[in-house]
Design a protein around this ligand. Structure first.
Ligand code: SF4
Ligand code: SF4
Length: 250
């Protein structure tokens, strides 16, 4: 699929390849600490979704993530299809790195061949793994593909009571540009994963509206993503996000 002049371009997209994680960080913006089972995205659904998306929109940067994407046994195929349909995008695999050292050569071959960046979010407890990861990348001649993000601070954004002023919460929100593709729909922020909060707590808290990539035209998708207006769902985000030191649930 080639970069097409008639399509609009968005800057950024996050795609879960699993909703599950091997860490349980407090205030994870993707609510992964609430996902108890292993939820793996189906590779055929993913292929259809990225193909459809590639017909309708260009994307500068795509981050394949979760959860922890290395929990997915077909992670190589996810990298393959993303590169196939988005040959010109920057593609990153976002990982906490704990499973990287165990990856076999077929994984590293895909990273190299499909020009994927390893976007490593590291946490104070796990700094010791960084040198090991750097060595592995060096051995595979791809040391330039490492993107290190020190996750010292997490923002506590969620307000389960829904008492926030939508305008203020939206104005102060830094996640409204973190578009997510999930279950065939695009969301302007990762608050779609409140689904897991609702599931666990038997609540019905608003999610951001989902933009159906099959039913909407390229123009409509772009308009919906760039409305820049508060959503009903913003009531459930704090008006002023609270910065907190990274911590895990026991
Ligand atoms: S490692 Fe990342 S995805 Fe996993 S719980 Fe922590 S913040 Fe969420
Ligand atoms: S629901 Fe609104 S305030 Fe909350 S992250 Fe999404 S866009 Fe931001």
């Amino acid at each position: 699929m080639l970069f097409c002049k008639n399509k609009k371009t968005i800057n950024y997209l996050e795609i879960h390849i699993t909703d599950s994680c091997n860490l349980k960080c407090k205030n994870c913006s993707h609510f992964c600490y609430l996902v108890d089972e292993l939820i793996l995205i189906n590779i055929d659904d993913f292929k259809k979704d990225v193909e459809e998306l590639s017909k309708k929109i260009n994307i500068n940067t795509i981050r394949l993530m979760g959860g922890e994407p290395l929990l997915h046994p077909q992670v190589n195929e996810f990298m393959y299809y993303t590169r196939l349909f988005f040959p010109n995008s920057i593609i990153k695999l976002v990982t906490n790195g704990l499973l990287l050292a165990a990856k076999k050569s077929d994984f590293w071959d895909c990273v190299k061949k499909y020009n994927i960046y390893i976007d490593l979010s590291y946490y104070s407890l796990y700094k010791k793994y960084i040198d090991e990861v750097k060595n592995i990348l060096k051995m595979n001649n791809i040391e330039d593909r490492l993107w290190l993000v020190d996750q010292k601070i997490f923002f506590n954004l969620f307000n389960q009571y829904g008492t926030s002023n939508e305008e203020i919460a939206f104005k102060n929100c830094t996640r409204k540009i973190c578009t997510n593709l999930w279950n065939h729909k695009l969301y302007i922020c990762p608050e779609c994963f409140r689904y897991y909060y609702n599931k666990k707590n038997k609540t019905n808290i608003d999610l951001p509206y989902g933009i159906d990539i099959y039913k909407m035209s390229s123009k409509k998708i772009y308009e919906n993503l760039t409305k820049n207006k508060p959503l009903k769902a913003c009531r459930y985000c704090k008006e002023i996000p609270v910065a907190q030191r990274w911590q895990m649930y026991k």
